[in-house]
Design a protein around this ligand. Structure first.
Ligand code: SF4
Length: 432
């Protein structure tokens, strides 16, 4: 069978695509990037916001209209939360909840493949990635979360924490290295909690990855800013662990963090960042902020702005709070009006942009290694490439005919480019 898979939402959803496609291929099926060719279409949905829910619905409805003869499978957070509704939705043939995700390929094949299923297994080293030549792969290291942040629907949808075995993760990374992948991003719902259920830790896992694989670059996706041991940042002494972490703080005042049931206080977070910056040269911290959480007073909001400015982040993701059914926060008193949420979101985004500009400008005039990714021809026929430095500064360069894709090159960072919010660069290492 030909299988088309599409994910919405978090990186964890994307990491799952890679695992499933590898499993389908091992069982003798093929993946396609064209829904029009597919026998089975699988949509890995998201429900983190109502907007994400709407987009998930739109996506599987559109795919059904485009290719009604395919089997349509819906999985992910939306399917866990609205499974009954989905089971009666036109075109949906199979709903797979998050709890059953690990067996998704088996469940799909059991339901749809006939006796004539192809039996030739493919070489396990065949690319499991959708876009061949892609340089970065997301590795799911764990699922679920033991915490109950009051606004979070993900934890309800994803269930208890389950970690993958160190050996399985290493095998997956080694296989990706064989396919030419240059960078892996360790992904999960609560990455910092990795290993608690299997007598291991995130630190142990990273040490093993750096020791037992040759992957040139390792990164973390979002990591909650707690549950990290004191000596965690020592790991970054290995230059293959990229000096960047996305540590979501969500608010800059303890009263709001308490209402959110977050596990870190502002002082702890500030100390964590201070320690990271002291130990890791060029460390980049990016973060998430939720504005307009129920009861957020003018004073709390101003204190959050001040706190964020004081810490200083390389990049900010700003979310306006929106209530999700079945979360505790949805029933908290004193909701913030949408007008105020809009104003606060705008102001926070503005601050985020200022901080990013300041961070990027600091690196203009320096040299760094860059993993070059996609390249596109501009009107003049030159190739414009984008890539990232180890500390996740996005850079851009124009070359005449050199194919930089998937290469790590020493690069001169020249100047901040306001229009594209990147750093313009020139390749100083011209060897291929
Ligand atoms: S730590 Fe909080 S926000 Fe993160 S997944 Fe767990 S409950 Fe959700």
């Amino acid at each position: 069978m030909k299988i088309y898979i599409k994910a919405l939402g978090c990186r964890l959803n994307e990491a799952e695509l890679e695992q499933w496609s590898a499993s389908f291929m091992l069982k003798g099926h093929s993946m396609t990037a064209e829904p029009d060719e597919a026998d089975v279409i699988i949509v890995n949905t998201c429900a983190v916001t109502s907007d994400a829910e709407r987009k998930s619905r739109q996506l599987f409805n559109r795919l059904y209209r485009q290719r009604p003869e395919s089997y349509l499978v819906v999985t992910g957070c939306y399917s866990s939360l609205k499974g009954d509704e989905l089971a009666h939705t036109l075109g949906v043939d199979l709903v797979i909840s998050n709890a059953q995700k690990d067996q998704l390929p088996e469940l799909v094949l059991e339901k749809f493949s006939s006796q004539s299923m192809p039996l030739i297994a493919m070489d396990p080293n065949e690319s499991a990635l959708f876009q061949r030549g892609r340089q970065r792969a997301f590795i799911k290291i764990q699922d679920g979360c033991r915490y109950r942040c009051t606004y979070c629907i993900v934890t309800i949808a994803r269930g208890e924490e389950r970690s993958r075995l160190v050996g399985d993760i290493i095998d997956e990374i080694n296989c990706l290295v064989g396919q030419g992948v240059q960078e892996v991003v360790l992904t999960g719902v609560h990455v910092g909690g990795y290993g608690a259920d299997i007598n291991s830790t995130l630190k142990t896992l990273v040490v093993a990855i750096l020791r037992d694989t040759d992957i040139p670059r390792v990164r973390f996706a979002s990591v909650e800013p707690w549950d990290l041991p004191e000596d965690f940042f020592e790991l970054f002494a290995n230059p293959r662990l990229m000096p960047h972490m996305h540590l979501p703080i969500q608010s800059g005042v303890d009263s709001v963090l308490r209402r959110m049931s977050r596990r870190s206080k502002t002082a702890d977070f500030a100390e964590l960042i201070r320690s990271a910056r002291e130990q890791v040269p060029h460390f980049n911290v990016t973060s998430d902020i939720i504005v307009g959480f129920p009861g957020e007073t003018e004073q709390e909001w101003q204190a959050t702005l001040d706190y964020v400015a004081e810490i200083g982040f390389g990049q900010l993701h700003v979310f306006s709070y929106s209530p999700r059914a079945n979360t505790k926060a949805a029933s908290l008193p004193n909701p913030v009006s949408s007008q105020i949420k809009k104003e606060r979101s705008l102001a926070m985004r503005h601050l985020g942009l200022e901080m990013k500009r300041e961070f990027y400008q600091r690196y203009a005039g320096t040299q760094s290694s860059v993993l070059w990714e996609s390249g596109k021809k501009n009107k003049e026929g030159q190739l414009v490439f984008h890539g990232y430095t180890p500390n996740y500064i996005k850079v851009r360069t124009t070359v005449l005919d050199q194919n930089l894709k998937n290469l790590i090159k020493s690069t001169d960072l020249v100047s901040y480019d306001e229009q594209y919010q990147v750093v313009n660069a020139i390749i100083s290492d011209t060897s291929l």
